[in-house]
Design a binder for this molecule. Structure first.
Ligand code: GDP
Length: 452
């Protein structure tokens, strides 16, 4: 990870900033100078950007008269191999001779510097903020490390320096940096009564562990079944945790009640699942109830696949397929292009394609795109179709970063974002899906205002 060194005179808030970036309440912080004694290292993450953060406060309790010299020794050591420095001043206190001394020394170093005017909550720091331009490090970032204000601006200032240094591959990477394979695929098969859920599960398991047919009479809550699917592409077994939502409730007598229970079961299954398969009945087509179940899975951020069952008895298969595709793109526009697979639970046709599609879409659901590539795409997308300019003033979108996966979540920083039309947001979401390898998984896009 790239190293970021925090530099500044005593009591400007270096430890508070360190804590905020590391996200732990480790260091002892109060308003007295000289509380922090050692140079500390921590792994930090700021809106998806990763780095190691170093606090250089070790020299603070020395004789003030010797501070510049002591600082030089400490900080010089810390700067070896550092990617950048955060030079922190106290914007409420204004500039002091020691700040200027540090600035002079830092200007002679070859490391990129971002100037941070801390304690700038509200307007309290305005005076020091303007003064600090004179230090010669460009625009200061107004920050309140204690209150968390200005974090987006700090991110924006650091991004151009750190972005090229970000680890390229971040898939399935956890805190310890070890790559971990994804666990068993958590798969739910949902659908209206008689769509063939139990039959399909039996077929997948290749055994009659579940009872099907109108006379089967067990009512119970949903269960999970651990199972291995053999991937025909590799011949490797892949672990699946199948969630079966009482396909067996079909014994209840009142059809109306059944329909409602199908939706309730589906909701329950969606809570557990990574990937939801909505099973349709080819002899009935896509109905309102199906769209409702599908929309719920998408709203919950799950990866969705539509399977058309009973393909063995489908009349006019190709027009049926195209009709359902069109109806889905219309009724489920949030996941345009959702995978659509024809299966027959009775004959087993299409079940391997279904499992393949399920593993593939889970990979997309887990996918992370490094910030550099993401912003290259973002710039191109804005060049091809610039954001609108209501009232003659263009809405400014500055950076995008992926802040999470499962489902993929993105944040865009910019100004006047409340005026950004929904159509433009959709343009960006569709671009992310189509051009960055997210397929048809639900993508969340948040907008955050950066100051000015
Ligand atoms: P569930 O309520 O969704 O669990 O539906 P079931 O699995 O109980 O199936 C309902 C009915 O559809 C049963 O009579 C099954 O035999 C029949 N069925 C299920 N899958 C298929 C299929 O692929 N083709 C045909 N022709 N019938 C099927």
């Amino acid at each position: 990870l790239p190293q970021v060194v925090i530099i500044g005179r005593p009591n400007v808030g270096k430890s508070t900033l360190w804590n905020r970036l590391v996200g732990k309440k480790l260091a002892l912080v109060d308003d007295q100078p000289g509380v922090t004694r050692d140079r500390r290292f921590g792994d930090a993450e700021l809106l998806g950007m990763k780095f190691q953060i170093v606090d250089t406060a070790g020299w603070e309790d020395d004789d003030p008269a010797s501070l510049p010299g002591r600082m030089r020794a400490q900080t010089e050591a810390a700067l070896v191999g550092a990617a950048m420095a955060l030079f922190v001043i106290d914007s409420r206190a204004g500039l002091t001779p020691l700040d200027e001394e540090i600035a002079r020394w830092l200007r002679g170093q070859s490391v990129p510097v971002v100037l941070v005017a801390n304690k700038a909550e509200g307007k309290a720091g305005d005076a020091g903020l303007y003064e600090s331009f004179a230090l010669g490090f460009g625009d200061p970032v107004a920050l309140s490390a204690e209150h968390g204000e200005g974090v987006a601006d700090l991110f924006e200032a650091m991004l151009p320096i750190l972005d090229p240094l970000q680890p390229e591959e971040e898939i399935a990477e956890e805190d310890d940096g070890e790559e971990r394979p994804l666990g068993p695929l958590k798969l739910a098969i949902v659908g209206r009564p008689n769509a063939g859920k139990s039959t399909l599960i039996n077929r997948l398991l290749q055994e009659d562990r579940l009872l099907t047919g109108p006379e089967a009479g067990i009512t119970r809550d949903s269960i999970t079944i651990d199972w291995h699917w053999t991937d025909p592409r590799t011949d490797e077994p892949r672990a699946v945790k199948l969630i079966d939502t009482a396909g067996m409730r079909k014994r209840a007598r009142v059809i109306d009640k059944l329909e409602r229970m199908a939706v309730a079961d589906a909701r329950h299954a969606v809570d557990f699942a990574e990937v939801v398969v909505l099973l349709l009945d080819a002899t009935l087509g896509l109905e309102h109830q199906d769209l409702k179940i599908a929309a719920h899975a998408v709203e919950e951020g799950r990866a969705l696949i539509i399977a058309i069952n009973k393909w063995d008895v489908a009349a006019e298969p190709s027009s049926l397929f195209n009709g359902i595709r069109a109806a889905l793109d219309e009724g489920l526009a949030q996941v345009r292009g959702v995978p659509l697979v024809a299966v027959s639970a009775r004959t087993g046709k299409g079940t391997d394609q279904l499992l393949q599609a399920a593993f593939d879409i889970r990979d997309q659901w887990n996918r992370r795109v490094p910030t550099a590539g993401l912003n290259r795409w973002f710039d191109d997308a804005m060049a091809a179709n610039p954001p609108p300019a209501p009232g003659g003033k263009r809405i400014k979108l500055r950076y995008i970063t992926q802040v999470g996966a499962r489902p993929p979540r993105f944040v865009i920083f910019g100004t006047r974002l409340d005026e950004l039309p929904e159509s433009y947001r959709r343009y960006l979401v569709n671009g992310i899906r189509r051009e960055l390898g997210f397929g048809a998984v639900p993508v969340r896009l948040m907008l955050r205002s950066a100051k000015n």
